[in-house]
Write a protein that binds this ligand. Structure first.
Ligand code: 5AD
Length: 366
């Protein structure tokens, strides 16, 4: 009997302590290492609910109920890189490769603009075809046709000079996930010629040049520990990006990680909630990977503090070739063409789609 009482008192105190940590994170936007670790490792479903409640309150104080949309154009599945987790890594001889011509990309933007999109994200593998000489006139053309739109690039590691040229051409934002902020873990996920230092250098360059910068990581990637996730949070707190993209790791059958376990929606949404409290005004997508592993993933992400959704605007016939992980969604609400259905599903969360550029707070239109 007395041990039951002791357990009850312990449980009540523990419950209180987790909530106190969440309130402290909301007030200070940061926690000590042990506090973050404690939250990551020991939270209960009730703690997660409380976190999400606070994350929604914070997101609503900055963005109201608005969800921003980005039209995602996957411009190339060629990649000279060889990240061990990724289905379009160059060692995957079975991957179907395609690249869009500048004209095809412009058609995607035209269609997207008609559908109401005001941000175009050009994402692709590290494909030498997309040199500055190809990208600069393309960005320039998109910006002059659609001066009311933002252009986001997600094209991997490039030289500072190249980033500068792309910025000068009118690109507004750049996404480059750091993938993991623990150097040893970084080496376990990447080929030996890639380095964490180089990744950091790229991110610093992007920031100094003046891009709105996005970084991020996978949740549940092979070998990942809670300490690794802690390092990710601490790096993001230092770096103060305008955008953070996170999603669960999802194994791809033709990679060295084919039989590894995938990340969970539970931990991914928990990390989303923590990120919202750390960076109250951050642009935080509820990612396709989260929607892929859980039929309600997209909605769960929005209810955990995310405020951005990125439907696919690529030509329909290439979509399945941008095959970075197994079962990646590309139809239904993931498809830009079904943006009205997506808007309806989002409305079921109490949030609503806004057809605006959706810059980070405090960022003037260029
Ligand atoms: N599972 C989940 N996310 C992945 N990415 C690449 N491969 C996978 C995978 N197997 C993510 C990486 C990359 C982004 C484009 O997609 O984080 O930065």
């Amino acid at each position: 009997m007395s041990s039951n009482i002791a357990f009850f008192i312990f449980a009540v105190l523990f419950f209180r302590m987790m909530r106190d940590l969440i309130s402290k994170l909301e007030a200070d936007n940061i926690l000590a290492r042990e506090e973050f670790l404690n939250l990551i490792d020991n939270h209960t479903p009730d703690d997660a609910e409380y976190l999400f409640e606070r994350a929604r309150a914070v997101r609503e104080s900055h963005f109201g109920k608005a969800v921003y949309l980005r039209g995602l154009v996957e411009i190339t599945s060629y990649c000279s890189n060889d990240c061990l987790y990724c289905g379009i890594r160059r060692s995957n001889r079975g991957a179907e490769r395609y690249r869009l011509s500048p004209e095809e990309i412009l058609q995607c933007c035209e269609e997207g603009h008609k559908l109401g999109f005001r941000t175009f994200v050009m994402q692709g593998g590290e494909d030498p075809y997309f040199s500055d000489d190809v990208l600069v006139p393309l960005i320039d053309e998109i910006k002059s046709r659609y001066p009311d739109c933002a252009v986001t690039l997600s094209l991997g590691e490039r030289s500072r000079k190249s980033y500068q040229r792309l910025y000068n051409a009118g690109a507004d934002r750049y996404l480059l996930r750091h993938e993991t902020a623990a150097t040893a873990h970084y080496s376990q996920l990447h080929p030996q010629w890639m380095s964490y230092e180089r990744r950091m250098e790229c991110l610093m360059n992007l920031k100094e040049i003046g891009f709105q910068v996005g970084t991020g990581f996978m949740v549940g990637s092979p070998y990942q520990t809670s300490e690794n996730l802690l390092e990710d949070l601490l790096f993001i707190a230092r770096f103060q990006p305008q955008m953070v993209g996170i999603g669960p790791f999802v194994p791809h059958h033709a990679t060295p990680f084919a039989s590894e376990k995938g990340g969970t929606a539970e931990l991914t949404t928990f990390m989303l909630g923590l990120l919202r409290l750390m960076l109250p005004g951050v642009l935080l997508p509820s990612t396709t990977a989260l929607g892929t592993i859980d039929p309600e993933g997209r909605e769960k992400g929005l209810l955990a503090g995310a405020n951005v959704v990125m439907p696919n605007l690529s030509p329909v016939d290439v979509r399945k070739k941008y095959d970075i992980y197994d079962n990646k969604l590309f139809s239904g609400e993931e498809s830009a063409q079904y943006v009205r259905n997506l808007a309806d599903r989002i409305a079921s969360t109490g949030y609503h789609v806004e057809f605006v550029r959706g810059d980070a707070p405090g960022w003037a239109k260029r």
